[in-house]
Design a protein around this ligand. Sequence first.
Ligand SMILES: [Zn+2]
Length: 442
Amino acid sequence: MKNIKFLFVILFMFALFFSSTKAFAFELELYYDKVEELLQGNANSSLEDVINSISLGPDEVIVRSKVDHNMAYKIKEVKITSEEQLIKEMGEDSYKDLTNSQKALVCAYRASMQPSVEERKSHAYRDCKVNLYDTSDFEGNDDLDPTGLKQRIMDTDFWPGSFEKSGNVRMGSAHFRNETNAEEGKSIFIHEYSHTLDKGSFIDGMYGTDKVHYLDEITTERAAFKEGWAEYNEMLESKDKVKEYEKIARKNQVLKVESDTMAGFYLSKDNIKAKDTSAEQLLSNECFMATLLYRIHEKTGYNSKGEDKISAAFYATNNEDNNMSNVIKQFLKDNPEDAKVVYEVIDKTLLGKMTDKEFLDFVGESEGSLEYVENRKKGFLAKLKDKFFKKSDSKKDKETANNSVSESIEDTTATIPVENEDVEVSVDKIQLNGDSSNPFDD
Ligand SMILES: [Zn+2]
């Protein structure tokens, strides 16, 4: 009898051990959400009446539009465990038969299964549910939507984003309807999932009054740090993204500034070339921040992967007030042998804009940083300027070269909108079938 009691104690301890280890393995689950019907109130029946007249299957839910309060969606939701299942749920037998926007959602699913995402998952601090909303039945459907208004509403309702409050991610096919490169679905998934790993809080107004941010916009240091982290993760997964973002993080790039008198407007008088900004302004551009991390990864990857070193520094400092300077200081503490290379990458990426004091504040004071700063003007910055003079063929560029030391590239005035991040979104919902495991419960 005593032995049996002992056995029970041992079994209980085992159960406790396994349940507690399970609690630390955070989930990444993907759900396919097929938008089956658009519901709207009309002259004869209110939206409530329309909703109440509908009978829902066990996997179906009603989700209200955030944009149009007279519109709702009937959605069927299924948990996805294989690519084959996802394609079948989309109503096709093979990937090639899908619409472009559906292909992008499949690419997002594929990305979630990659080993590199599995590795990222080990840094998760909470579960993450990803909803793949498929509105393809309504995309470009002139009969249903002759004015295109419903499409614009769906664009906003299912715009890709990550939710700070719940830690969940939303992906919508509407965003990809004109996208011929389905890999964009992968990049956006990586971007949004990376946000869920970042504990840095979203601050009111960090994207400006319009709450929208662009790759080539000067926003705030917090926004640029958070978006830069997500975009750097995209770069790690895509050579195309490296090319795209490297092209923006150059001295002749025109950066946008939101008008301080007209919210959501970007007037040409407010635009500024990267080479004419302050260091603080470059630290407030997400693309420059993404490129800074990526270049450090590239330049310090000789003995162990630079990517691993950056991850270690990022997750060691991960907290709600984190910033780029903290990550860099941690990186230098962990990898003192890389200090000089990192200093040079910072100077090159920030176009030599930092004053000595700003530089020391950013990287932290140490024997090495003081020595670097001591020689900075006649050392690395001078070398960069030489390189610049050789490459530049414009007289005007030569005149301004004292303030700008990066390579010369052609101007690009590209305007690249990125997802607008909802700070604390809770998608309105009603539950007609009493399903308490509703995924829209943020
Ligand atoms: Zn983002």
